[in-house]
Design a protein around this ligand. Structure first.
Ligand code: ATP
Ligand code: MG
Length: 426
């Protein structure tokens, strides 16, 4: 018969134990922090009508132009695996009229995103994001609260060396004039621009500002700055945000060329960068998008949001932050009868806490003790034919190597007492 091997789709990142345990601990911290700030979870569809992303993210963006997993279903509808979360959250906000239920809506999500990119360190085709959006707050207090919350998250995870970069993209009043100025500037440097930037010159000239191509970088080095075009409201919004961040001691850098790859941003945009991540250095990113809810058919509603790249985050999180839970005791059965005797003890002790392990294969004492050592248990409880004759198990302290006997009639109780004692003294 022909041998075959089935594998995941290229670049689809899966998370195996023990790493999956660390992911869960980090995710739990995220949920706790956000729920503390009044966010609630949205569990969203993974598949959306393609139009949603074309209309929200923008036709001339990397995502929509070349990164989407788009295909037709059996009734020939064009569907897309979501490449990001914001569009879906806004779609849900409108679809379920969430704005009517609460004046302010703070929503978060956790889950996979899909982009057809070249897989490499920190870049996958199925990757995961932790994200959040706030609807209904127009002022800079919301921007500041969200940024501080993110910084607190990195701090809690003991991640160091993350730099917050900030910019403002202006609004519908002042950005058009800037676009024109920038277009005029870029047109004089057409030869120096890469194909992408040249092609986007009409639709999306701002993208040239954060193009990674070294030649483009050089060409835009002395480009006009958006800050010179801000209207009074945008200027005040940015100044207000900066002074709030200073009040609470959150350090940041202003990066006047930070534009982000999506069309929907207005005013504040930001990235949290970690040098440790190399070329894929943005661990979280987001900003304000005051027009998107309306553009997708809702009432005008200001909004602010972010997404953290889960894979990139985990590259920065030290393994020590989430030590694997260790079982407390290894129950070691040396024969079938001992196994029958220990089985009820084992299942009764493992409710909610992982207290015991029990090998079902009755391997040699030596190999079971070796396994117990590897698992890092505190005690091993050994039952073989001799112990059965005496109606007592041998209990061995794995650290001190001390041994004592425990009568069969109170095995469960004795193990519970030992467990409580150990927890109290640690
Ligand atoms: P980049 O500039 O690295 O391509 P981006 O601007 O496309 O990032 P966003 O759309 O803002 O990224 O997504 C938010 C975060 O999601 C990023 O900061 C990053 O941490 C993560 N991310 C984006 N694309 C990928 C990917 N293909 N694989 C893993 N993580 C990703
Ligand atoms: Mg990208």
């Amino acid at each position: 018969m022909k041998k075959f091997s089935l594998k995941t789709v290229k670049g689809f990142n899966e998370v195996l134990p023990p790493e999956s345990f660390r992911w869960r601990v980090v995710e739990e911290k995220f949920r706790e922090l956000l729920e503390g700030y009044g966010f609630a979870e949205l569990r969203l569809a993974l598949l959306e009508p393609t139009e949603l992303f074309a209309r929200s993210i923008g036709d001339e963006t990397d995502i929509v132009e070349k990164e989407m997993y788009t295909f037709c279903d059996r009734s020939d509808r064009s569907l897309t695996l979501r490449p990001e979360g914001t569009a879906s959250v806004v779609r849900a906000y409108n679809q379920y009229s969430l704005g009517k239920l609460n004046e302010i809506n703070k929503l978060y999500y956790v889950g996979p995103m899909f982009r057809y990119e070249r897989p490499q360190k920190g870049r996958f085709r199925q990757f995961h994001q932790l994200g959040a959006e706030v609807f209904g707050e127009a002022g800079f207090y919301q921007d500041a609260e969200t940024l501080v919350m993110l910084a607190q998250f990195f701090h809690e995870l003991e991640i160091k060396g993350v730099v917050l970069q900030l910019n403002s993209l202006g609004c519908e009043n002042c950005r058009p004039a800037f676009r024109e100025r920038l277009q005029a500037f870029l047109k004089q440097r057409l030869d120096a621009l890469c194909g992408d930037c040249r092609r986007r010159l009409d639709e999306n000239p701002l993208r040239a500002l954060d193009c990674k191509n070294p030649q483009c970088r050089e060409a835009v080095a002395d480009a006009p700055l958006i800050s010179e075009s801000w209207c009074t409201d945008c200027r005040e919004h940015f100044a207000g945000l900066r002074s709030l961040l200073e009040d609470v001691g959150l350090e940041y850098e202003v990066n006047p060329k930070l534009v982000r790859g999506l069309d929907y941003y207005t005013r504040t945009t930001f990235e949290f960068l970690a040098g440790e991540l190399g070329a894929q250095n943005a661990v979280a990113a987001g900003g304000r998008y005051d027009r998107l809810v309306e553009e997708l058919g809702g009432k005008p509603t200001p909004a602010f949001g972010f997404a953290i790249g889960f894979e990139r985050l985990m590259l920065l999180v030290d393994a020590g932050i989430a030590p694997l839970p260790r079982p407390f005791a290894a129950l070691i059965a040396l024969d079938e009868e001992a196994l029958r005797l220990l089985f009820p003890v084992h299942v009764n002790l493992n409710r909610g806490v992982r207290m015991t392990t029990l090998g079902f294969q009755q391997k040699s004492l030596k190999s079971q003790l070796k396994k117990a050592d590897k698992d890092g248990v505190e005690f091993a409880l050994i039952v073989g034919s001799e112990e059965r004759a005496r109606q007592e198990a041998v209990c061995r302290n794995m650290k001190t190597r001390e041994q004592f006997n425990l009568p069969f009639v109170r095995l469960e109780e004795a193990l519970r007492e030992l467990y409580d004692e150990c927890r109290r003294s640690s």
